[in-house]
Design a protein around this ligand. Structure first.
Ligand code: 2AM
Ligand code: CA
Ligand code: CA
Ligand code: CA
Length: 265
């Protein structure tokens, strides 16, 4: 498989999609709700997903597509090549802020991440990695991730997970939040993973994300020596919803061992 060619094509499409999203800033959005009143989708989310599907089907007819808005294929396994697409990650930010959202596109072969592309449209920052070939922000290669202690780390997480919620004992994360240097919350899993890749934050935690939220980010993080698992320290399967812990090497192990030990939750 010529991953470099696929990566080149995908990056061109992502830039084109970014232009479409920027053009939409002056238009009136059609906003609908999904699973709850704060789970939003717009006509642009659907149009961008359709745009990628059209391009992929025309250029790579044998590849399958798993997209958040469900316009691609019904994907029940990751055999052969599957594109895992989130047309807009951070839709709430897209609607309210016109920033802090991203296009996220991962290409997997037999379940193994080969290409990860995340485009921060508002900042014109394109992050990408081809497995084994380095990770880049625009044309600048990103350096490998260094170790850091909890005391010196900034951890990205949503305040929801330290309030009473039905996924996790909300007391579990309090010691980590207390001992970390700081916490941040951006509302876009794809960019929060990119922020770990660039060292802007040291770890990112979420209780429940879907394959399209994490597929691209995982390739970029792992290329830099970072670690991507669920909160129990197990690998993700990129087919089901799961929790997520992304962190620099060392810090990941420390968070699992000292703060998230099974039995505590
Ligand atoms: P989305 O914007 O593509 O839906 C913060 O809400 C992060 O969690 C975003 O990356 C968002 O992706 C993701 N997310 C996953 N499931 C969600 C849901 N049910 N409602 C809102 N955001 C969700
Ligand atoms: Ca969504
Ligand atoms: Ca998403
Ligand atoms: Ca989305």
């Amino acid at each position: 498989m010529d991953w470099e060619y696929i990566d080149l094509q995908a990056k061109q499409w992502v830039m084109e999609a970014g232009d479409k999203i920027r053009d939409s800033f002056t238009e009136t959005l059609n906003i609908q709700t999904k699973s709850n009143p704060n789970d939003l989708v717009t006509n642009i989310d659907k149009e961008i997903e359709q745009f990628f599907i059209h391009k992929i089907r025309k250029t790579f007819p044998n590849h399958r597509i798993l997209g958040e808005e469900g316009l691609g294929d019904e994907v029940n396994n990751l055999d052969c090549v599957v594109w895992i697409i989130d047309p807009i990650d951070g839709t709430m930010n897209f609607i309210h802020q016109q920033r802090n959202f991203a296009i996220s596109l991962g290409v997997y072969e037999n379940g193994v991440g080969k290409i990860g592309i995340i485009y921060d449209v508002a900042h014109s920052e394109l992050y990408h990695a081809i497995s084994g070939k380095g990770a880049f922000m625009n044309d600048t290669q990103l350096p490998p991730l260094n170790k850091v202690t909890v005391k010196e780390s900034i951890i990205a997480l949503n305040a929801t997970w330290v309030m009473e919620n039905h996924r996790i004992d909300h007391n579990l994360l309090i010691p980590l939040v207390r001992e970390a240097r700081g916490t941040r919350s951006y509302g876009t899993a794809a960019l929060e993973m990119v922020f770990v890749a660039t060292g802007r934050v040291d770890a990112y935690i979420s209780m429940r994300l879907s394959p399209w939220d994490v597929a691209a980010g995982s390739v970029i993080i792992e290329e830099l020596g970072g670690v991507v698992t669920n909160l129990r320290g197990h690998k993700l399967d990129f087919l089901s919803k799961d929790s997520l812990l992304v962190a620099k090497p060392g810090l990941h192990q420390t968070i699992i061992n000292d703060y998230l030990k099974e039995g505590k939750w």
